[in-house]
Design a protein around this ligand. Sequence first.
Ligand code: SF4
Length: 310
Amino acid sequence: MNILELQNISKTYSIKTGFAQKTDFYAVQNINFSLQKGMCLGIVGESGCGKSTLAKMIVGLLNPNSGKILYKEQNISSFLFQPNAIQMVFQDPFSSLNPRQCIGKSISEPLLLTKQFSKKEVKEKTLAMLQEVGLNQEHFHRFPHEFSGGQRQRIAIARAIITKPELLICDEPVSALDASHQSQILNLLLDLKEKYQLSYVFISHNLQVVSFMCDEIAVMYAGEIIEQASKSELFQNPKHPYTKALISSAPQIGKKENTTPLQGEPPRLTAIHTACSFASRCPYVMEICKQQKPQKKQEKQHSISCHLYQ
Ligand code: SF4
């Protein structure tokens, strides 16, 4: 069974563009994907491509303008938020924690919301969770500012999984950390996924991080998924020019001098695409690319939207 399914999800934002004038920008356009239980889907793309907007819609922090988000075949807009269903880990653990609340209270809050446990049980579960994420029980009464960035992300993860959710949305969970803390947090997330049979939507601009964590990868550009495949297929056989550019611009150990930076900026879209949104940056652009939006083509488990493959 799919634990999560997105059907034709779109989201626009109104932005002031002049005196008494507002313009609608598409953050996300017609997103479709599904996630099976126990799997990790990576969503990768440059900043501003709509990844975080998508994450916020899945956890209910934003409403889509159109489309459906199904959690276990149920529309998430039609059921009351359940702390043991979907939880989120944010990019910046410091701003996701209350600076005036000791971390024990912050971690136990979602558990109290379930109203299933006594105060004694909540405290016991919180102390156990501190150990589970690599902290000490003595940390219970300390405050967020007393911890390092890596420790704060451990606290945020403890808070997210204390209710044993089935689906965790991780929005750039390691991008604010240094390299050594990044690998520790990624390994912790993998261990927890295995132990609790969690399913992840893992959002990152970093291809290396996504390839370490994910079973399947969706590449986003200007609010759309332009290519999606299993991790091995995407890295061995990338097809879309944007995916190829992302892979060749990603630093690799020992090969940093060989990377090719991606030139230009993604467009901000004020209407549904009528052409390929990558056309202004694409080295293979053809006349048809500026006139017609490429349709999504599915070949086995590999989908791609590009006129080169139509
Ligand atoms: Fe490049 Fe055309 Fe493919 Fe767009 S549709 S990525 S412009 S070749």
